[in-house]
Every structure is written in C-alpha cells, then in structure tokens.
Design a protein. Sequence first.
Length: 340
Amino acid sequence: MKRLLALVLALTFLPLLGAFSLAEEEALPELYAGKMRIAGKVFESWEGTDGINHINTIPQGAWIRIHALYPTFAYVTYPNGNVTGYVKRVCIEQTRTLNSETTPPYGVEFNHFMAKVAAQDAPVTTAPGGGDTLITLHQGAKISFIGFEGGYAKIIYHRQYAYIDSRLLCDAVNVYEFPEAAGTDAPIASYTSFYKITTDQSNLNRMVNIAVACQKLCEQLLQPEDDLNFNRDIGPYKASNGYMPATVLVDGKSQQGYGGGTCQVSSTLYNVLLQLPGIYVIQRRAHGNNGASYLPIGVDAAVGNSELNLRFRNKYPFPIRIDASSQDGALTIAIYKATE
C-alpha cells in the first residue's frame, strides 16, 4: 500500500522529473570532464535526437566540462572558447567524474520505478499523450522507468525519451533508494532497453538468444564478494547451450554469430550496475565509439570473448539476485536484495 501511495504522490508532484529550463541548466554544477573526439556542433537546445539552433562548434581535441546528460546530448561548457550549449554525446571521449564521492559514473540514468503493463495495450510514444508510436507493449510486459511527466511514465527508448500512459500500468513499485535498507519485495536498481521485433529469421533468433540469456541471468545469486563473469556464467554462446545464430556487432560492423543479442542483455545489465555504488565493475568495453544503437552513447557492454566481457563483483554486505525478462521488444533487468 505504501508503494502504491508513493506512486500516486509521484504522479502528482513529479510532472517534470528530469527536465530543466535553460536558466536552471546554466546553474548546474560541473559533473564530468571530457575530450572532444571529433569537432562537434553546439546547439542552443535539443528535441529528441536533433539539435536546435546551431550556435558554435567545439574543435576536436578540446577539453570540456559536462553538466548534464540526455540520451543523445550532453550539456557542456568549453571554457577556452567561452562556449556553452548542447553537443552530441558521440563527439565526446575520455570522460571522467570530477568528484566520485558526490557524482555517479558517467552515463548513469537512475530509474525510480518498475511496473507491468495491465490488460490494455500500452503504446510507447515520443511525447506524453501524443507523438509517434515507437512500439506497443502488451499485458504482462515489465517496464523500468525514470519517473513521470504529465502523468506519463518517462523512459529511454534507444537514444530518446519516450512515454507510456501510467494508467495502462499495474503492480508499480518504487526502486529502493538505499540498497542497504532495502527489502526483498522491490528492486534496488532496474533498467529497460528495447530490441527489434521484426520477423526475419535472424531477428527471431536474436530474440530467442535474448530470452535464453535472461533465463540464465535469473539463475544467478551473488553472495558478498562473489563475481559474475558474463561469458562464463551466461555463455558459452553455442547451440548446445540454447543459443542460435543471429546478427552480432564486431568492431562496429554486423555479422552472423551464435549468441547474437546477448550483448544487449549484458549492456542492459550494465545500466543497472551503473546505478549501484556497491557493485564493482571489473571489466567492460563498449561496441566502439558509436556504441550500440539501442542505448545512449557510452553505456553499452560488449561480450563474446576474453577481450569483450562484462565482469563485476558484489561489494554489498548482502546477497543479490537478478531478474531479467523480455517481452514485446522490452528487455527489463532488475537487481534485488536476496534472502540470506
């Protein structure tokens, strides 16, 4: 009941969670430093994945300060050029946190709620109450989301914000803010990414692989100081382990390989881990400079060989378990405090 009450309060008092006016953004503190991988246009504003009003350009190699992150853009300042505005995240590399004690890792997107789709189909749209329909979720699909905007659940769909009418959701719970004080009834962190649901054979196989990897993740229980090695524990990626041939991304290029789709599972899991300071990431590498298109730039985690793997350690003083599910194009992973 308390969780349902909290959900109602959130709907009432958090209509613009995650949104800032330009004046508010100008007052945001410096969170990260980064280097321009390529010259990047600076925009006065942004909408979806497009910049609005090109006002300047920051040269390649310039060091910048990053104040805020969005799925496609970063709000930055370039002190040497007296430039402030929005640049695309793909232009930025070598990012580092300026104060790790007060600032979460680069690219983290805290999700504060989880829910399921109720009996009525739930369109995912580009704007609250309107815009284009990106995908439609059906009864039972799990969804993790950032917060609420105008009564709509706010999520990240690939590299843009998207929305679901919160009246079409049920079984909503708050993600625990403080893992050490959490119960076992709701997650301590969660995230949803979205995959294609086309019916060509390669993608059908990819969806099978995603489901297989989700099932294997659900079997994992990590005691304090336990490690999870994705290639070891969720692989090997071969037919005898339930995996099928599908498209994989290698050095930014697509090719066929067993286990195609497992990288999306590891990458979604990585976005859950980023939200948990008690998880130590041992190994992780992105899919090249542009990353994987189903996630914002800089927060994917490739798997498949000794150089491409996701490994992490549970540094919490309690065991954790992983819940992973895939339905209707929504891949949702959550980490829970487990019973002893």
